[in-house]
Ligand binder design. Structure first.
Ligand code: VGL
Ligand code: ZN
Length: 221
């Protein structure tokens, strides 16, 4: 291959000193057979493992709810999963019970193999507040501390892979932009739940916010 033909890929090569790979919620409950399975969720585990080899700084997130969490339909008599309710902080989609603290379903996928990951950030542990984003809980004001952690380490560029594109990836990417990070979503390293068109809306919102959409090959090339 002529050297000049690789310039497109090189444009995305992460600057090792300033970049983090955020590996979002690749957990047993979000894989096929899990309590809140994301279609094709198992297809991205290998992509995440491979992409992670190109980053010195990797942070994993883990959805980590107490039993009886406000986002569980089972906590609201008469409500079914995927219905929505109004909560003090806004509209909440109700989910099947998932990623209950210390349960098998909350474990990181067994095929996830990123030994050099430096931090596992748990989120969604306040019973009355959901937390799709790795940066802020769903009240939009309770920080997880991740922005400070990254800033103190000189990180300015955030790359995302994981589950689900239209919930935790979406909210994390928008918050990364809001914090001033240059933000890339690796589209073939993500899969969505796609509830009533939520996946197309998510990409639309991310593109409008200035999130860069890229493919794993752009990094691996
Ligand atoms: C997620 C729904 C509920 C996610 C977490 O990881 O995208 N989605 N909890
Ligand atoms: Zn959750």
């Amino acid at each position: 291959m002529a050297p000049s033909s690789s310039s497109g890929a090189a444009a995305h090569a992460p600057d090792q000193n300033r970049s983090v790979l955020l590996v979002v919620d690749i957990q047993v409950d979000f894989l096929p057979g899990g309590a809140l399975a994301v279609p094709g969720g198992d297809e991205i585990v290998g992509v995440a493992n491979h992409v992670a080899t190109r980053f010195n700084t990797v942070v994993l997130t883990q959805d980590w709810h107490p039993a009886g969490h406000v986002s569980f339909a089972s906590s609201h008599p008469g409500k079914a999963p995927f219905e929505t309710i109004a909560l003090p902080y806004g509209e909440q989609v109700l989910w099947p019970d998932h990623c209950v603290q210390d349960s098998t379903g909350a474990r990181l996928a067994s095929r996830l193999e990123i030994p050099h990951a430096q931090l596992t950030l748990r989120k969604g542990f306040h019973r009355g507040i959901d937390s799709y984003s790795a940066f802020f809980e769903a009240d939009r004001s309770t920080p997880t501390g991740l922005a400070g952690y990254l800033r103190e380490r000189g990180i300015s560029h955030v790359y995302l892979v994981g589950l689900a594109t239209d919930f935790c990836i979406l909210w994390s990417a928008l918050d990364a932009v809001r914090h001033g990070f240059t933000t890339h979503v690796i589209e073939d390293g993500c899969r969505g739940l796609d509830i009533d068109g939520s996946l197309a809306r998510a990409w639309d919102q991310m593109e409008k916010a200035g999130v860069h959409r890229m493919r794993a090959a752009d990094i691996l090339a």
